[in-house]
Each structure stands twice: as C-alpha cells, then as structure tokens.
Ligand binder design. Structure first.
Ligand code: CAA
Ligand code: NAD
Length: 281
C-alpha cells in the first residue's frame, strides 16, 4: 500500500532505489524509514554479524525488512538513485568509500553523507560528482525525530537539491536547508549547549540532576543536556568537539570538557555502554 501511494506522487526523477552504507545506530534507522515509506533499500555493512544486528534492530520496529548486502559496493549501488552514507565519522574512511562508490555507481546516482560534524564539501572533494552531492543529516532516534537537515555545497545542483528535499519529505521528515558550516544548524547549537552544561557541572555550580530538571521544566526540552549527552554518546560528542577545536582553536565554544574526555577513556560512553554521567541498567 505504501508503495502504491508513493507512486501516485512520483515525479519523473523521483528517488526510488536507495543504498544506505553503514547499518549502525543511524544507518539502520535511515534504512528503516526509507523502507517504511516504500523505497527499495539496500543496506551495506562490513561483516555479516553486524548486518544481522542491524537487521534485527530494524525488524524489531518494522514488519517490512530491507534487502541486505554484505560489502559489495558495486552490486549494492548498481541501480541506486541515492546513496546515503552513515559510516564512522572519519574523513579518510569516508574518502576511501566515496572514491570507490564514485567508480561503481551509475552517473545518475546522488551521493549524500549523514555526517554530524565534517564538511560535506571536503567529503565530496574526492568524487567527480559534486553537483550530485549533498548532506542528509538525520537525528537520533531516526524513526522518531522529525527533522532532516539538507545540506547544499556551492556545487550542489538545483536538481540534486530539489531531489534531496523531495526524498526527505517522502520519508516523512520536515526538511530544512543548511549551508556547509560546522554542525549545520542543530549541532552548531546543541554541541556547545551540552558542553556548557557539562562545564557548569564541572565547576560545581549545579548537579547533573538539577541541570537536567532545569532544562526540562524551565525550558521545555524533552531531555536535559547531561541526559542528552549520555544518550547521544560521549565518543560522538567528544569527537565532534575535538574536530572543531582543532580546526577553530580560537572558538571557546568548541573547548574540550575534561570530565567527558575522562569518561570516554574509561569506556563510559553513555546509555549505549551502560554508564556515562548517569548509570543505566
Ligand atoms: N526507535 C523507534 N521508536 C522509538 C525509539 C527508537 N529508537 N525511541 C523512542 N521511540 C518511540 C517510543 O516507542 C514511543 O512511541 P509511542 O509514543 O508510540 O509509544 C515514543 O518514541 C516516545 O518514547 P518514550 O516514551 O520511550 O520516551 P520519551 O517520550 O522520553 O521520548 C525521545 C524519547 C524521543 C528520545 C525523547 O526523549 C527525545 O526527543 N529526546 C531528545 C532526542 C534528541 O535531542 N535527539 C537529537 C540528538 S542530536 C543528533 O542526533 C545529531 C547528531 O549528529 C549527534
Ligand atoms: P555507528 O558506529 O553506530 O555505525 C557505523 C556503522 O558503519 C558500523 O556498524 C560500521 O560497521 C559501519 N561501517 C564502517 N565502515 C563501513 C564501510 N566502509 N562500509 C559499510 N559499513 C561501514 O555510528 P552512527 O552513530 O550510526 O554514526 C554514523 C554517521 O552518522 C557518522 O558520520 C555520525 O557522525 C553521523 N551521525 C550520528 C548521530 C548520532 O547521534 N550517533 C546523529 C547524526 C549523524
């Protein structure tokens, strides 16, 4: 039924076949929402075990399970209209992937990265299709969060941008347009906000619990900043701050929080590892 209703709104260039590379926290959510809205989805992972984990995480919340592939980029992208990359947040690894995808994918295929903090232009620089390249930044948990940031680089063609906006709408998200600036809109505001909350706690001005209660009851946020830091994962937010701090050392908003660095060293990554600033069972 979903397939049929989608085809009534399909335009000539509409995105139908989607390849998601990386089936971790974000990629499995992206594959899920794309499959749920009637797209043909191929999910690529580095090994069969991780793929199985992604599969069961999707199957838990979805009856219709996407087609899966273990690491054969050429086969995975053969008929793809859109490739969404959601692999590890390391520029060199994303470069390696996009270089090989650029050779394997047909000319028509649009490339997108779900990066949280890297520059889309820098990621796209290794391809010969910068006009068919953009950012599609989803939020965790993907099936629940309604926003999609669509990032344009100067080279992104109008046609590509329109196709990305239309696809975002087709997967049920509200799209906003972002420039290729650090953190786009949400993370540029959210990451310094979380860091400020941690610094407040580090100074002993207020407890974690009180800061969280304050922002929930005093500012209407669904989670307080310390809870949210545990939820997003300290490895993720620390690596974002570290990357920006290195690139923009003069900006104090991107300074590293020592207590967070310590948590990561101890493997206390937040909800996913069972402990962060709070403990989880
Ligand atoms: N998958 C599918 N559904 C989920 C889900 C998941 N992972 N997590 C929660 N839900 C669903 C629940 O099933 C529930 O659905 P029903 O109402 O139909 O029962 C609904 O969402 C609400 O969940 P809960 O009742 O368990 O809990 P809640 O009301 O506290 O909501 C939350 C949970 C949606 C996560 C909410 O606390 C929230 O919005 N928190 C803030 C999340 C946020 O800020 N995310 C952005 C992080 S930053 C980022 O992602 C960018 C980056 O680059 C790092
Ligand atoms: P994750 O570690 O949960 O998942 C990454 C997955 O990619 C892993 O399962 C890994 O096996 C797989 N992978 C790595 N290299 C691969 C390759 N060459 N081919 C196929 N699969 C490969 O990470 P995540 O949290 O899902 O983040 C993925 C991307 O999404 C990052 O760029 C991150 O910045 C971004 N992002 C994360 C969040 C968040 O809240 N965690 C939010 C928005 C965007």
């Amino acid at each position: 039924i979903l397939r049929r209703s989608l085809s009534t709104t399909t335009t000539r260039n509409a995105i139908k076949n989607v390849t998601v590379i990386g089936g971790g926290l974000m990629g499995s959510g992206i594959a899920q929402v794309a499959a749920q809205t009637g797209h043909n989805v191929t999910l690529v992972e580095v090994n069969a075990d991780i793929l199985k984990k992604a599969e069961s995480s999707i199957a838990n919340s979805l009856g219709r399970v996407a087609k899966k592939l273990y690491k054969d980029d050429a086969k995975a992208v053969k008929d793809s209209d859109l490739i969404v990359e959601a692999i590890v947040e390391k520029l060199e690894i994303k470069h390696k992937l996009f270089k090989s995808l650029d050779e394997a994918a047909p000319t028509k295929t649009i490339f997108a990265s779900n990066t949280s903090s890297l520059s889309i232009g820098e990621i796209a620089s290794v391809t010969n299709r910068k006009d068919r390249f953009g950012g599609l930044h989803f939020f965790n948990p993907v099936p629940v969060m309604k926003l999609l940031e669509v990032v344009r680089i100067p080279e992104t063609s109008e046609e590509t941008y329109q196709a990305l906006m239309a696809w975002g709408k087709a997967v049920g998200k509200t799209c906003i347009t972002c420039k290729d600036t650090p953190g786009f809109v949400v993370n540029r505001l959210l990451v310094p906000y979380i860091a400020e909350a941690i610094r407040m706690m580090e100074r002993g001005d207020a407890s974690a619990r009180d800061i969280d209660i304050a922002m929930k009851l005093g500012a209407g946020y669904p989670m307080g900043p310390i809870e949210l830091a545990d939820y997003v994962g300290h490895d993720t937010t620390l690596s974002i701050s570290e990357g920006w701090h290195k690139k923009f050392p003069e900006n104090p908003l991107f300074n590293i929080c020592e207590s967070q660095r310590k948590l990561v060293q101890q493997g206390k990554l937040g909800v996913k590892s069972g402990e962060g600033y709070y403990k989880y069972n």
